[in-house]
Ligand binder design. Structure first.
Ligand code: 4AZ
Length: 267
């Protein structure tokens, strides 16, 4: 019975925008995404062997027909089991039932399982799906950015996910949320976070516009010469939507060689 409660609890949060005074609403600051608008967005259902429950606790993105990019910190177990993760594709609503099986889990070797967690960097992981997916109106992969691409501060990018919309109230949305977030200059981000911001991270967001707990692993996408590319992976931050503390993302261009190594050599 308990698992039923946990699976339904998120639905009770509803998807009504929550306003707390000024503009602090949404993924934080966002709104419901339309069907098929972010067709690469996936939801990670993870089984917790301790509580014996499945929950949609992270996002991810389809980057090739059989590969999902997510955050390493979404894979909590030291020796993760593929049967403890399922991937929801092509849906803006939470739905465990038609999620698909994972065949391999590859956490970045430099991710710090013991100490720093996401703040130690290399917060990326790849999931190989059991079978390639057929592209459709609702399911498509996202392009990775060219190694030479750069997104100047102020670039308007988007982040999506099923994470907290009002951190203080622990509200979870039923529907996928989207919010536009500006890229923040590394120097500005370091002024507030200090040297915790390393080369393989990038910052995006502004007061009241941010990703939050539960959005981790999901994509930060920007338009590059007319097409969407995935620039970041939701990783960490100081609370959500605070002034001066933007969301911190794994910088996808830093991991292109590692991604290609696995995708092109995987059995
Ligand atoms: C988290 O706890 C988390 N505001 C994710 C993103 C952000 C903060 C926290 C960014 O997973």
């Amino acid at each position: 019975m308990l698992w039923l409660l946990v699976l339904t609890l998120p639905c009770l949060g509803g998807s009504v925008p929550v306003t707390s005074g000024t503009e602090l609403v949404g993924i934080v600051g966002g709104h419901d995404a339309a069907d098929g608008k972010w067709p690469w967005q996936v939801g990670l259902w993870v089984f917790d062997p301790t509580s014996y429950q499945w929950s949609l606790n992270c996002g991810g993105s389809l980057i090739y027909p059989q590969w999902v990019l997510t955050a390493a910190h979404c894979i909590r177990e030291r020796n993760p089991e593929t049967r403890h993760i399922k991937v929801q594709l092509g849906q803006v609503r939470r739905s465990y039932n038609d999620s698909v099986q994972v065949a391999r889990i590859i956490r970045h070797p430099n991710y710090s399982l013991e100490n720093e967690g996401p703040e130690g960097g290399a917060d990326v992981a790849l999931l190989k799906l059991e079978a390639p997916v057929q592209p459709s109106n609702l399911v498509k992969w996202i392009r990775l950015p060219p190694a030479s691409s750069a997104f100047p501060p102020g670039s308007r990018c988007w982040v999506t996910g099923w994470g907290l919309i009002a951190p203080e109230e622990s509200l979870l949305p039923k529907n996928l949320q989207e919010v536009e977030v500006p890229i923040v200059a590394d120097e500005i981000c370091r002024q507030h976070y200090g040297n915790r911001i390393t080369e393989d991270m990038l910052c995006a967001g502004s007061e009241g516009r941010d990703s939050c707990r539960g959005d981790s692993g999901g994509p930060l996408v920007c338009k590059w010469r007319g097409t969407w590319v995935q620039v970041g992976v939701v990783s960490w931050g100081s609370k959500c939507g605070l002034p001066n503390f933007p969301g911190v993302y794994a910088r996808v261009t830093s991991f292109l060689p590692w991604i290609h190594l696995h995708i092109h050599s995987s059995p």
